[in-house]
Design a protein around this ligand. Structure first.
Ligand SMILES: [Cu+2]
Length: 529
């Protein structure tokens, strides 16, 4: 965030404070002091503590430690000097039951401030891990996030600071429901990523390459981006795999308009990456998941990329989709699935007998990521293999419907609007006409139901993500769609979603393209008790 942005959010936070008494944990190791009370100590006048008290609580606490820092990661014969949690990519799984208290201590070994955002988890606002609701953790500092999660599902966590998400800083999170009747024999977590850190241009170089070259904008830099240039220039990038073949607008390798995608309604993205990974491995050195023929495998697919939508298929199998962004849908069979950045889908497959590539095709980017499912003998197709399932029935947000148990109200008290604007040439991504440092927050009152309409006035697609809630997508014909916290909005498309204001606070609403978000495509949804 720029200083102006900090001032703006400080101002809006003061307005918020004036209207209510904010709860808040004792925040250590942050650069700003805040009036601190113990969690749950605020009493009935504290809307955040009241919302937390209303969540289920098992009385059990699950603890974890995450140490973000520099790491030397083996991507499968290719090593990358990057940033990671606990020296591994993805970072360690965090797993708890619904209602458990989760206590994650973060020891910040980075040279800049960081944060942990619990993507998709409807946690208490002061533990959301996005400033200003939760102050960042200073370099060298330590902070313990404490929250309980009210809903089961597949989630993940990542920093909400600068371009850190385009490094190796991400972990999967699974919240189990002990009462869940869904049966499966094996579970496979699949984290997808687009990778440049340590092998191509740094995310900061890419961002500078995307910004306009003329005028003063070149010096404006990434708002609040710490560690600029910390990775240093990368020599010899011209010969990096995957760097050729696509146009470069800027001379920065990797930066340029990607190819197009029919599913995304236009350009696939803004960046061509040297590699695309499944669970931290390049396709030529794919990881293998072992199961037995006939087993029902629950695959939890998470797109942790910064600028890449993936189309995912498991060769030789159909997939039964059971959950979108953690929430159940009417089970629906597809051959492939489209995931924008931040989206998760859970599927069930019945394993065949042999070796089967799970292929994640980078939409519009002419490259794949992959892993292997092995249940027996069989040869492995070459690393560029594309299973025919990729071009059969592809599930998108329009394909699915939430189960009746998790549908949200069909009427709304309030209409909220998020108009998405910006161009590739100016790289001036904004919501409702303002970049984040000048944003006018959306407001609502606790207990209200709202229709939030994303109106995309740009020629790019945007995966729009709201913190602290999941909304229900309303399909174009007015019928109920799936529950989501991140939804793809195609160029010039309007997508309406329904949400319930049941988790008071200051909540980020933004595009999950790391570069669009960095340029300003972010606002907040604010409400008090
Ligand atoms: Cu975007």
């Amino acid at each position: 965030m720029t200083r102006q942005a900090l001032a703006a959010t400080a101002l809006s936070r003061r307005g918020f404070l004036a209207a209510s008494v904010l709860g808040g944990a004792a925040l250590v190791a942050c650069s700003r002091s805040t009036t601190a009370t113990a969690p749950n100590g605020g009493g009935a006048t504290d809307p955040i503590a009241a919302a937390e008290a209303a969540r289920p609580h098992t009385g059990k606490t699950v603890t974890a430690r995450l140490a973000p820092g520099s790491a030397d990661i083996d991507l499968g014969g290719t090593r990358a000097r990057t940033l990671a949690y606990n020296n591994q990519v993805p970072g360690p799984l965090i797993r708890a039951n619904v209602g458990d208290d989760i206590a994650v201590t973060v020891n910040n070994g980075l040279d800049h401030a960081t944060s942990m955002h619990w993507h998709g988890l409807a946690v208490r606002n002061d533990m959301d891990g996005a400033s200003p609701a939760t102050p960042d953790i200073a370099a060298g500092g330590e902070f313990t996030y404490r929250f309980s999660s009210p809903y089961p599902g597949t989630y993940w966590a990542h920093p909400h600071t600068g371009l850190d998400t385009d490094y190796g800083l991400y972990v999967p999170i699974i919240i189990d429901d002990p009462a869940d009747p869904m049966r499966y024999d094996a579970e496979w977590i699949v984290m997808l990523d687009d990778w440049t850190s340590g092998v191509g241009s740094s995310p900061e170089q890419i961002y500078q390459g995307l910004r306009p070259k003329s005028g003063s904008s070149q010096t404006s830099g990434m708002p609040g981006m710490p560690g600029m240039g910390g990775m240093g220039p990368m020599p010899g990038m011209g010969g990096m795999p995957g760097m050729g073949g696509m146009g470069s607008m800027s001379g920065t390798p990797g930066v340029g308009v990607a190819g197009t995608s029919d599913l995304l309604g236009g350009d696939g993205g803004d960046v061509n990456y040297p590699y695309y990974l499944v669970n931290g491995r390049i396709p030529a050195a794919a990881s293998t998941f072992t199961a037995k023929p006939g087993q029902r495998i629950r695959i939890r697919i998470i797109n942790a990329g910064a600028d890449t939508a993936f189309r995912v298929a498991l060769a030789g199998h159909r997939m039964t989709v059971t959950h979108t962004d953690g929430f159940p849908v009417v089970p629906t069979d597809v051959d492939a699935l489209l995931l924008g950045m931040g989206e998760r889908y859970d599927v069930i497959v019945t394993a065949g007998d042999g070796v089967f590539p799970l292929v994640a095709s980078a939409e519009g980017k002419n490259a794949v990521a992959r892993a292997l499912l092995s249940t027996g003998a069989g040869s492995t197709p070459d690393a560029a293999f594309r299973p025919p399932e990729l071009t059969r029935l592809v599930g998108t947000v329009d394909t699915f419907t939430a189960t009746p148990q998790v549908q949200l109200p069909t009427t709304a008290d309030v209409a909220l609007q998020a108009r998405l604007s910006g161009t590739m040439a100016q790289y001036d991504w904004a919501i409702n006409g303002h970049p984040y440092d000048q944003t006018v927050p959306l407001t609502i009152h606790q207990g209200q139901d709202a229709t939030l309409t994303f109106a995309n006035a740009t020629m790019m697609w945007h995966p729009m993500h709201l913190h602290g809630h999941t909304f229900q997508v309303i399909k174009a014909d007015g019928t109920p769609g799936p529950r989501k916290d991140t939804v793809i909005v195609k160029p010039m498309q309007t997508v309406a979603v329904r949400l319930v204001a049941d988790n008071p606070g200051i909540w980020m609403l933004h595009c999950h393209n790391a570069y669009h978000m960095g340029a300003g495509m972010m606002t907040t949804l604010n409400y008090t008790g």
